[in-house]
Design a protein around this ligand. Structure first.
Ligand code: B1M
Length: 212
C-alpha cells in the first residue's frame, strides 16, 4: 500500500508533520487503525531499530522517530479504544526502573483500555515501591511491567519480590512484556502472564479476569 509506505518513510525520517498527514489521510480513507499501526508505524519503528543497530542512526534520530510515532498513535487512539461501559478490572502498568522506553507500554495500555480495563499508567522508569503502592492504593487485579533493555529486565524480578514482601503477591496477577522478554524469562522470575504484544496482552488479561 503506497500510503503505508509513505507513512513508514516519514516515521523513519522523523518527519512528524508527514506522519500526522499520512495517518490522517489513511483514517479519512476509512483504513483500519490497527492496520495503520502495524503496517506503517510499528513497521517503520522496526526499521529505525535496525538502523540504530547498524550504526547508521543515533539517539537524536531515534528520538525524532519516537515522537513521530507518538503523534501518529495519538490520532489512532480513539479508534483503537472501543466504547466500553463497565471496567473489566483494574490494571496498573509501567516501565521498569531505569528504562525510559514507553511507546510499547503505551500501546499495551491502550489495548487494555480498549478491551475494557481501567488502566492506571505509572509511566516509565518506575521504582518497585511505586508499583507496590499503586497496586495497594487501587486494589488492582493486575500489574503489568514493561522492559525494553536487557540491562533493566532484571528489575521485573525485583518488582515481583517487592510485591511478595508487601504481602500482595497472592492477590495480584503479574504480566510482563517487552522485546527482550520471553515466556521462558517470565517463568523464571515467577510472573503469571507473558504477552508478546498489545493485542495478546489484552486478550490474555481478559481471559484470566473472566476465569477468576
Ligand atoms: Co532504545 N533501545 N535505547 N530508545 N530503542 C532499543 C530497545 C534497542 C533494541 C535498539 C537497538 O539496539 N536495536 C536497544 C536495546 C538493546 C538491548 O538492551 N538489548 C536500545 C538501546 C540500547 C537504548 C539506549 C541504551 C541507547 C543509548 O543511550 N546508548 C537508550 C536507553 C535509555 C533508557 O531507557 N534508559 C535508549 C533510548 C531510546 C530513546 C529514548 C531514544 C527511544 C525511546 C522513546 C520512548 O519510548 N519514549 C528509543 C527507541 C525509540 C528505541 C527503538 C528504536 C524502538 C522501541 C519502540 O518503541 N518500539 C528500539 C528498537 C526496536 O525495538 N526496534 C530501541 C515500538 C514498540 C511498539 O514496540 O516497545 O517492543 P515495543 O513494544 C511492544 C512489545 O514489546 C510488547 O507490546 C508492544 C506493542 O506491540 N510489550 C509488552 C511492551 N511492553 C509490554 C508489556 C506487557 C506486554 C507486552 O505487559 C505488561
Amino acid at each position: 500500500m503506497v500510503l503505508f509506505e509513505e507513512i513508514r518513510q516519514c516515521l523513519i525520517e522523523g518527519d512528524i508533520p508527514g506522519v500526522v498527514e499520512g495517518v490522517s489521510a489513511a483514517l479519512e480513507q476509512g483504513m483500519d487503525a490497527e492496520h495503520i499501526l502495524n503496517n506503517a508505524l510499528i513497521s517503520g519503528m522496526t526499521t529505525v531499530g535496525q538502523l540504530f543497530e547498524d550504526g547508521e542512526y543515533f539517539i537524536p534520530e531515534m528520538m525524532m522517530a519516537a515522537r513521530s510515532m507518538q503523534e501518529g498513535v495519538a490520532l489512532l487512539k480513539p479508534q483503537l479504544i472501543a466504547q466500553n461501559v463497565k471496567p473489566l478490572g483494574k490494571f496498573v502498568i509501567g516501565t521498569v526502573k531505569g528504562d525510559l522506553h514507553d511507546i510499547g507500554k503505551n500501546l499495551v495500555a491502550m489495548m487494555l483500555e480498549g478491551i475494557g480495563f481501567e488502566v492506571i499508567d505509572l509511566g516509565a522508569d518506575v521504582a518497585p515501591e511505586k508499583f507496590v503502592e499503586a497496586v495497594k492504593q487501587h486494589e488492582a487485579h493486575f500489574v503489568g511491567i514493561s522492559a525494553l533493555l536487557t540491562t533493566t529486565m532484571a528489575g521485573m524480578k525485583t518488582c515481583i519480590e517487592a510485591l511478595k514482601n508487601a504481602g500482595l503477591r497472592e492477590r495480584v496477577i503479574v504480566m510482563v512484556g517487552g522485546s527482550p522478554v520471553s515466556q521462558k524469562y517470565a517463568d523464571s522470575i515467577g510472573a503469571d502472564i507473558y504477552a508478546a504484544d498489545g493485542a495478546s496482552a489484552a486478550r490474555k488479561a481478559k481471559e484470566r479476569m473472566l476465569a477468576n
